[in-house]
Design a protein around this ligand. Sequence first.
Ligand SMILES: Nc1ncnc2c1ncn2[C@@H]1O[C@H](COP(=O)(O)OP(=O)(O)OP(=O)(O)O)[C@@H](O)[C@H]1O
Ligand SMILES: [Mg+2]
Length: 438
Amino acid sequence: METGPHSMVCQLEIPMLPGKTPRGDSESLESTLLLEAFQSFTQASSSLESAFQRLQERTRRLSHELAAKNRELKRSLREKEQVQNYLARILESLPCGVLVMEADGRVSVCNPVGGRILGVASASRSKKRLARLKAAVDRYLAAYSARETGNGEAEIPLEAGGKTRILAAASIPLKSSSGFGTGTLHIMRDVTEIKALEAQNKRGERLAAMGEMAVELAHEIRNPLGSIELFASLLEKELPRSSDPGRWAENIRIGSRSLNNIVSNMLHFANPLEPQFEDVDLHVLIREILGFAEPILQQREVRVSTRFEARTGMVSGDRELIKQMILNLVLNSLQAMPSRGSLMVGTRDNVALRRRGSGEGVELTVRDSGLGIAPENLARIFDPFFTTNKNGTGLGLSVVHQIVEQHAGTIRVESAVNIGTTFTIVLQGVRPVSAAAR
Ligand SMILES: Nc1ncnc2c1ncn2[C@@H]1O[C@H](COP(=O)(O)OP(=O)(O)OP(=O)(O)O)[C@@H](O)[C@H]1O
Ligand SMILES: [Mg+2]
């Protein structure tokens, strides 16, 4: 038998005494009794041993059960912690503010966005921060209850961090499983930017409506302007050029043409038309425009020259748009030369385009010896409404740029203050018939 350190079991071997002893029967009785006593002791100890084994077995079972329960408890604690972390992460990454007010007025949850919206962004749980949070929540609740419409939703202006923000807020009563109110859940969204965009959109719509009206007006103006220009040129032909009435008629024609150009720029800017491509002779258009500007050029004593070096000057483009483009450049040069100067308009074949194999390009150059463009303005001259002229709209060059883009061309400007300005535009030339057919 195994005996452990705490074992209470022992066994004794009692030898049977042989024969009679000198003291006779009484001795034999004693030994019998002793034998019986030992036997009953042995019996008791063996039943004690089995009871002890049962106890050991039960203890082992109980400690197994305890260990299993402990493991289960630890697992459920871990799961609870995971769920808590998961919920905390959801709360942290929600794009709206979440605030939970307990029934006793305590704030039990305020996620980071909520803190930011209320102007208490830090996550610290310091007394100072908690006091600030409490004050901000009180302000929010006062503003909320003043605006709440009954369905739990409200749009409220809230002063936070020195700025007034617009919040879209909703509140939902929280109930325990037995149906008792335990607090309120507040969900807040910062809609300041959305509101600003909405206002901007409304302003944009008003401006667009005004723009449409302006375009209609421009169309209305253009027709009588065309008539004025036509009648003035008829008058000009009837009157001697050297006479005052002749010069007045000339001025009326030039003035109405300039006005027409402004109106055309406006119309093009508001609603750029798709170019109607055809073969256009740049040389013809340049002569036409210089002819129109000739009286002003003479008045201002501006020497005009043309340098047509391109083989043909034929480009593929929209006649009216290209005319508008050149007229804008020439008028700008005129405005840059209030008195005296020189204006050169020229063309030449563009080798770079030819090398790229996309057909021959034609380069158009408008060069003046005017005031020039200040370096700090150079980057802005193509911006709509940028002007340094008292009566300018600042649309001329922006329209020129748009027209160049519509023709897949390029535009370059070089300028030096008090020396002059050169605009160079490259347009797609017309392919010779033989090349196009190939
Ligand atoms: N040839 C030039 N010489 C000097 N400055 C120029 C020249 N061309 C353009 N600019 C500068 O670029 C600005 C913008 O030109 P743009 O044609 O867009 O408008 P604008 O001429 O001022 O007005 P609008 O074309 O409506 O009469 C001008 O105000 C001027 O400052
Ligand atoms: Mg202009």
